[in-house]
Design a protein around this ligand. Structure first.
Ligand code: SPD
Length: 275
């Protein structure tokens, strides 16, 4: 079979040799493709951009979920916006007292992941997840609940994900967060011009809204440049590790640990300057 190619810039692309193009569909919101590959196992692309692969999804999902859970182990009520593959929810549910409201705009993404990516989507069978198919923007605008953690596990800032990078959305998330609550979002890459501009834009919108607003990093082979960022914001909770190391060890994670938590905030100089 041929190659799947994702353009990272006009001059740089990632090509993955594929065994099979398993599924393709244009939904109301985006194009969903599932491929089987030699190097990364099965993977899903939305509008031509890789969202997750079976081989490296653990890095993104462990870092987006366990880092806030171990900065504030009292987190119980979580809101996930996006996250239709189930990977983020799978990691959150390792904590026995956590309950999750998840708001995904595209029901078809969940259906497809249930069928083709059970590695992550099996999490949706857990009764502690309340899955809603709705627009995340409208949900946070109307919601009256308080959350201890809000995770925005979205696509890049284009297509249906674009409004999840707007001021109004961030303000509503801030309103829904408890005082000790934590807001986490996927934050693009610091390396290439376009993604660096997004990184700066997101950070500059969050900073005035939260007394604590910072960034942490992980290394994800299939995302542009491999160097990926997450936003961390809170009214009161600094991002120190306060977790239960015994509980964490029992999860047998592949990427996240106490030392990774601490080191993830040590940003290279060019990233600091880029902010
Ligand atoms: N360029 C890819 C950015 C994707 C971020 N979201 C991934 C969703 C995985 N749950």
């Amino acid at each position: 079979m041929g190659w799947f190619t994702e353009y990272w810039t006009d001059y740089v692309k990632l090509s993955v040799r594929i065994k099979k193009h398993v599924f393709s569909k244009e939904t109301k919101y985006q194009k969903i493709d599932i491929y089987d590959s030699y190097e990364f196992g099965r993977f899903m692309a939305l509008d031509g951009y890789i969202m997750l692969t079976e081989r490296d999804e653990f890095i993104y999902h462990e870092m987006i979920a366990h880092l806030p859970m171990n900065a504030n182990p009292a987190i119980r009520k979580v809101l996930v916006i996006g996250g239709g593959d189930g990977g983020t929810v799978r990691e959150l549910l390792r904590y026995p007292d956590v309950v999750v409201d998840m708001v995904e705009i595209d029901e078809e993404v969940v259906r497809v992941c249930r069928e083709y990516l059970p590695l992550t989507a099996h999490a949706f069978d857990n009764p502690r997840v309340h899955l809603m198919f709705a627009d995340g923007i409208e949900y946070v605008e109307k919601a009256e609940k308080t959350y201890d953690l809000i995770i925005v596990d979205s696509t890049d800032p284009s297509g249906p994900g674009l409004s999840l990078y707007k001021n109004e959305f961030y303000k509503n998330c801030q309103r829904l967060l408890s005082d000790e609550g934590i807001f986490i979002n996927q934050h693009e890459s610091p390396y290439f011009d376009d993604t660096r501009a997004s990184m700066r834009d997101i950070h500059r919108k969050l900073k005035p809204l939260f007394p604590i607003a910072t960034i942490y990093q992980a290394f994800i082979p299939t995302y542009p440049s491999g160097h990926w960022l997450f936003g961390y914001a809170s009214k009161k909770t600094h991002p120190e590790f306060r977790g239960d190391e015994k509980l964490l060890a029992s999860f047998k994670l592949k990427y996240y640990n106490k030392e990774v938590h601490q080191a993830a905030f040590a940003l290279p100089n060019y990233v600091r300057e880029g902010l």
